[in-house]
Design a binder for this molecule. Structure first.
Ligand SMILES: [Zn+2]
Length: 317
């Protein structure tokens, strides 16, 4: 029933777009008049890559706002309008945008609609057992893996706007250099944490790629998606693990309610051990636009700095 209602909603929205946009065809951008490519994205991390590669040639709108959880995000009527007038649509794929599948499929019929993770070698993707054979979608936490999406975005922009392909190529090269430096920074910071303290406990399992790439053991209270229910048994199991391993800090996520981790903290205390909240990490959404954490590079740097600071400070006591 829900599915049927969702389909009716999308159909009504699509009719709305057709009326709204009239018969105006989406043509190639006209360099002479300074027309920009209209790009619509889902998560901020993709928006930021597009901005870096497209520069002033693109006008990019991200649908999922800072602090909002993409696993649950339903496009608004305004989003649907924007999608309808976009030249290119970029999304993560791998079921991250679980509620947007129907509309993205519909849009792909006549708009260049690109899942940026299609570029990534499937052998490098993780398939955690609790995710029923599906791939883990959170690959932006492994900077080297996320770098593979840059070429996909560069190629799509160049395909639509061949006149500026050289610009997109040089911007992509510059950005990849910055991401290589970022990857080296994360590695160097991680090495400051004593190996027995390299355990990252968060609200949901979004740091598996981070753990693989940078040598952290990772535990999430929820599964891969925030849609998974949390039970008392999950809280107790995690609390037992934290107390047994004497883990000094656990981390809240910016796009997930902190309540469940507060429950874990209380459960740990009842076992005679104190764990503290080491800070808020940006996980499935970046920080506010205009702040350092409002960019992909800033977000990753902030996260590793927060993790390292919390785990080192306690271990030195
Ligand atoms: Zn997630």
């Amino acid at each position: 029933m829900y599915k049927i209602r969702q389909r009716i909603y999308i159909s009504v929205c699509l009719i709305g777009i057709l009326v709204w946009s009239g018969c105006d065809p989406k043509g190639q951008p006209d360099a002479a008049t300074g027309d920009k490519l209209r790009v619509v994205t889902t998560i901020g991390m993709i928006t930021d890559v597009v901005k870096n590669i497209g520069g002033p040639r693109v006008e990019v709108t991200g649908m999922v706002a800072p602090g909002v959880d993409p696993h649950f995000y339903n496009p608004t009527p305004k989003d649907v309008q924007r999608l309808g007038s976009a030249d290119i649509i970029f999304y993560n794929g791998l079921h991250l945008e679980a509620k947007m599948g129907d509309i993205l499929a519909k849009m792909s019929e006549d708009t260049l609609t690109v899942a940026v993770t299609d570029a990534v070698d499937r052998r490098l993707l993780l398939t955690p057992p609790e995710y029923d054979g599906l791939y883990d979608p959170h690959l932006w936490f492994d900077v080297k893996l996320w770098m593979q999406t840059v070429g996909k975005i560069r190629d799509a922009l160049s395909e639509f706007d061949a006149d500026n392909a050289a610009l997109y190529r040089s911007n992509a090269e510059r950005y990849l250099t910055e991401l290589t430096e970022l990857d080296a920074y994360v590695k160097s910071q991680m090495e400051r944490v004593p190996s027995e303290q390299r355990v990252l406990v968060t609200a949901h399992d979004c740091f598996n790629y981070f753990g693989e790439a940078y040598g952290f053991e990772v535990r999430g209270l929820q599964g891969i998606s925030t849609a998974t229910e949390v039970g008392i048994a999950d809280v107790q199991e995690l609390a037992t693990f934290i107390a047994a391993r004497r883990i000094s800090a656990i981390f809240v996520e910016s796009s997930v309610s902190p309540r469940s981790l507060e429950a874990v903290k209380a459960a740990v205390r009842s076992k005679g051990f104190d764990v503290r909240i080491g800070g808020v990490l940006f996980t499935d959404a970046m920080g506010k636009e205009g702040t350092p954490e409002g960019t992909y590079i800033g977000m990753i740097r902030y996260n590793i700095d927060t993790i390292v600071h919390a785990l080192i400070a306690e271990s030195e006591l």
